[in-house]
Design a protein around this ligand. Structure first.
Ligand SMILES: NC(=O)C1=CN([C@@H]2O[C@H](COP(=O)(O)OP(=O)(O)OC[C@H]3O[C@@H](n4cnc5c(N)ncnc54)[C@H](OP(=O)(O)O)[C@@H]3O)[C@@H](O)[C@H]2O)C=CC1
Ligand SMILES: O=C1O[C@H](COP(=O)(O)O)[C@@H](O)[C@H](O)[C@H]1O
Length: 425
């Protein structure tokens, strides 16, 4: 993994004494799975050493459980860089949080949600609050629904044992997707300061009531047979380590309502799943129907913020079909990053986050009260799921998930219009 020029500049500035505590920098990776630490975090740190950008002698990697450091050694010297899981529900989170609270102050702790390190997730704040054209439209008066989706085309890949304890909601919805939701929904912060922004995110969470079984569609993938995809011949329960009677969801669609003046009545639909038809993460803002439509075939505008793959912002629009006709056609204003910012390297999420810890910027890290609220919203539902009260609906490996999810989304008012357009090179 190479270090970006930006990163080198940031780090070079430390060497010039901009960062007072750089000489005593210690990053402790807590709770990260061996694999994640090895594949994502350590290579980033290692590349910084290799370029002589941080001092190995003063930087320490340790698993918290394995750490032999005394309290005094820990406090003041360390920026704990914590990876989820941050508990499994409100109660276990509170225990973990109390324990950490005895060792570190809030501003020392950097809780990673790696989605906050992604280009287009970081872009949400700028996009929303620096474009006058969006501000008035970003409101229940104009928006019919918001959809936040994360899909993966692979299953648990033999990690079923771990996954079965958590399920898709704890794996990605309670953290990554809820974080995106708060950024889409929050009010304009009074400044760019980390705590001003995080205060606004917490307010959004406080305005969401706990989820109930009726707010979700849960699914679990079963085997199919996609040519060339060996994993697709295995259903979730065929993964070793997954009990044969497991009811753990590998797919979930949930609807959230934010009880405030801006969003009252607007469904925020959050969908995620493993073993689906594609890899994709996106935010989709669907606007209301054009009032007093005179064309009869006007389709809804949709603003899509594509987080991955192929970062893009595009706005689905109606235009006159070019030529003599006066027919309407669906098209899009397309800001695809690989075209507009050709050749620009977008750093890996972990690379950004490691640098932000070094820089001491907490903006893209998760605060305790955000997590408290997130667990409050999910805990009753998760307890029902853990107690086996919800039977997940089977869906085929490689499909778009259970049909019941589309039915719920339709019922909530999302209007799907088929749209296919591929640029010609
Ligand atoms: N940079 C880019 O990516 C750009 C892409 N485009 C073009 O946009 C087109 C994609 O259109 P777009 O509207 O964004 O995405 P899709 O039409 O793929 O999906 C739109 C939404 O409808 C849902 N959906 C898909 N199929 C169905 C179905 N059968 N029934 C009910 N709901 C469904 C999707 O859910 P789910 O996500 O769960 O599948 C998603 O929420 C492509 O032709 C692409 O070339 C245009 C400009 C830029
Ligand atoms: O946190 C997690 O995220 C990954 C997906 O991350 P991405 O950056 O590749 O989108 C997911 O596969 C994993 O199950 C989950 O724990």
């Amino acid at each position: 993994m190479s270090v970006s020029k930006d990163a080198q500049q940031v780090l070079a500035s430390f060497k010039d004494g901009v960062c007072d505590d750089c000489a005593h920098l210690s990053i402790v990776v807590l709770g990260a799975s061996g694999d994640l630490a090895k594949k994502k975090i350590y290579p980033v740190l290692w590349s910084l050493f290799k370029h002589d950008l941080i001092d190995k002698a003063n930087t320490m990697f340790a698993g918290y459980a394995r750490s032999k450091l005394s309290h005094d050694d820990l406090v003041g010297r360390i920026k704990p860089f914590l990876k989820k899981p941050f508990g499994k529900d409100s109660e276990s989170f509170a225990k973990l949080s109390d324990h950490l609270g005895k060792l570190f102050t809030e501003d020392q702790i950097y809780r990673i949600d790696h989605y906050l390190g992604k280009e287009m997730v970081q872009n949400l704040i700028l996009l929303r609050f620096s474009n006058r054209i969006l501000s008035p439209a970003w409101h229940r008066d104009h928006i019919a629904c918001v959809t936040i989706t994360m899909k993966e085309p692979f299953g648990t890949k033999g990690r079923g044992g771990y996954f079965d304890e958590f399920g898709i909601i704890r794996d990605v919805m309670q953290n990554h997707l809820l974080q995106i939701l708060t950024l889409v929904a929050m009010e304009k912060p009074v400044s760019q300061a980390s705590d001003d922004i995080r205060d606004e995110k917490v307010k959004v969470l406080k305005a969401i009531r706990p989820l109930k079984i009726d707010d979700v569609v849960l699914g679990q993938y079963v085997a199919s047979n996609i040519p060339g995809n060996e994993e697709s011949t295995m259903g979730y329960k065929d993964d070793k380590g997954v009990p044969k009677d497991s009811k753990t969801p590998t797919f979930a669609t949930a609807v959230f309502y934010i009880n405030n003046e801006r969003w009252d009545g607007v469904p925020f639909i959050v969908k995620c799943g493993k073993a689906l038809n594609e890899k994709k993460a996106e935010v989709r803002i669907q606007f209301k129907d054009q009032p007093a439509d005179i064309f009869g075939q006007t389709v809804r505008n949709e603003l899509v913020i594509r987080v991955q793959p192929d970062e893009a912002v595009y706005l689905k629009m109606n235009v006159k079909s070019p030529g003599m006709s006066f027919e309407m056609e669906q098209t899009d204003l397309d800001l695809s990053y690989n075209k507009r910012f050709e050749g620009v390297r977008l750093p890996d999420a972990y690379e950004r986050l490691v640098l932000e810890v070094i820089r001491g910027s907490a903006l893209h890290f998760v605060r305790t009260d955000e997590l408290e609220e997130a667990w409050r919203i999910f805990t009753p539902l998760l307890h029902d799921i853990d107690a086996g009260k919800v039977e997940p609906i089977p869906y085929k490996f490689g499909s778009r998930g259970p049909e019941e999810s589309d039915e719920l989304v339709k019922k909530l008012g999302y209007k799907y219009t088929e749209y296919n357009w591929q640029p010609k090179n």
